[in-house]
Design a binder for this molecule. Structure first.
Ligand code: TTP
Ligand code: MG
Length: 380
């Protein structure tokens, strides 16, 4: 039932996955809500099924079965428009309890294979399978085992992407839906991305897509020809991360929910700057953003990190660890400013971006049990 495609077929020489730095698997269920409905009601199988709002109201399509997608029906489309596209489509109101039950089953299956799992939504997850519970070296084999296990338990199909980072794995899982498996070896990342439309890159939405089209650029390969500074002109503060993505680069870790080990916020200045006052002002703003998240999660942080990117795009990070965890804007701001003055070349070199981050996070419980040590600061 499952079909494997690989960009390995595009080139003859590929690296063995055993040499990959990381093995990341992205799993995404096919037409999730609609598939659950078709599974539970045989009369709906093979038919255009639309889960979402009523077609005679102002509702929207949550998702559509693959049969309905042949008529051009897509998620977020007004249900009335979907009805016009396919008059005989069967409209069903969502039943979240059922979807949640299927979602729980899938996520508990992942636990049998991996320890580092990031649940991205009800129907998708990233698994870092570099090391896995079955000690299987071949990520493709492991992916197939998981897909088959999901089908055996839920009678639902999933698509999978295997790559060396999250971004490529996610794009890969979408290539051969439904029930597909796509592998992207690292050396083929750019050729894999080359012919994709630019909208496939996270961070590029329909508005930005239009902007890019104005420059005569349609594909990721065409976009990849721009220089880093052209990216920043086009995308502002997103420029650099989009630049990395179009070149297949993504170092972000697979992070289990609620356990992100750091909080950070950064911003690129409209013009490169050398004066301290606007830098300190920016650091205050960034510290406020961080404190908001610390407060929301009811945690404190012990390590404060300042990131500086100079005008020539070289970047450094400097950290300091406090003996007592903090969630005070003033403390975070003061430490970051101190790092700026003492540990960077600010004031001497032009700076294009500043970032503030906190890590070494402790929960309220840990704060109570932890014994306070000397109130001293030390550098990492
Ligand atoms: P998706 O994984 O984006 O879509 P899907 O599983 O229906 O189809 P695909 O095979 O392309 O992955 O989203 C998962 C579920 O989330 C989807 O079944 C319904 C719900 N959803 C909405 O309610 N509204 C939306 O706009 C989207 C995109 C999804
Ligand atoms: Mg899905």
């Amino acid at each position: 039932m499952y079909n494997v495609s690989s960009v390995e077929k595009m080139k003859s020489q590929t690296s063995a996955p055993s040499n990959w730095k990381r093995k990341i698997l992205h799993i995404d269920m096919d037409a999730f809500f609609a598939s659950v409905e078709q599974r539970d009601n045989p009369k709906l199988r093979g038919k255009p099924v639309i889960v979402g709002g009523k077609p005679d109201g102002r509702g929207v399509v949550s998702t559509a079965s693959y049969e309905a997608r042949m008529f051009g029906i897509r998620s977020a489309m007004p249900a009335a428009q979907a009805k016009r596209l396919c008059y005989h489509a069967i409209f069903i109101r969502p039943n979240f309890e059922k979807y949640k039950a299927a979602s729980d089953m899938i996520h508990s299956i992942f636990e049998n294979y991996a320890t580092v799992i990031e649940s991205a939504s009800l129907d998708e997850a990233y698994l870092d399978i570099t090391k896995n519970k079955l000690n299987i070296e071949d990520p493709v084999l492991l992916a197939q085992m998981i897909q088959q296990n999901i089908y055996a338990v839920t009678k639902l199909t999933a698509s999978a992407g295997v790559a060396t980072n999250k971004f490529l794995a996610k794009i890969a899982s979408d290539i051969k839906k439904p029930a597909g498996l796509t592998v992207v070896p690292p050396e083929h990342a750019e050729s894999f991305l080359r012919f994709l439309p630019v909208i496939k890159i996270p961070g590029i939405g329909p508005v930005t897509e239009k902007e890019i089209h104005k420059h005569g650029i349609k594909t990721v390969g065409e976009l990849a020809r721009l220089s880093k500074s052209e990216f920043c002109d086009l995308f502002g503060s997103w420029g650099e991360s989009i630049y990395d993505r179009v070149h297949g680069i993504d170092d972000s870790p697979v992070e289990p929910a609620g356990e992100s080990k750091q909080i950070s916020s950064e911003e690129t200045f409209e013009n490169d700057i050398i004066q301290f006052p606007p830098m300190e002002e920016k650091i205050t703003e960034l510290s406020e953003v961080i404190v908001k998240e610390l407060e929301e999660r009811n945690i404190k942080a012990r390590t404060i990190t300042l990131k500086v990117k100079y005008a020539d795009f070289t970047s450094i990070t400097r950290s300091r660890t406090l003996s007592m965890p903090t969630d005070s804007t003033a403390t975070i701001q003061q430490e970051a400013v101190r790092l700026l003055h003492e540990k960077t070349e600010a004031g001497k070199r032009l700076i294009r971006l500043l970032g503030v981050g906190v890590s070494n996070l402790v929960t309220a419980e840990e704060q109570i049990t932890a014994r306070p040590r000397e109130l001293e600061l030390f550098d990492l």
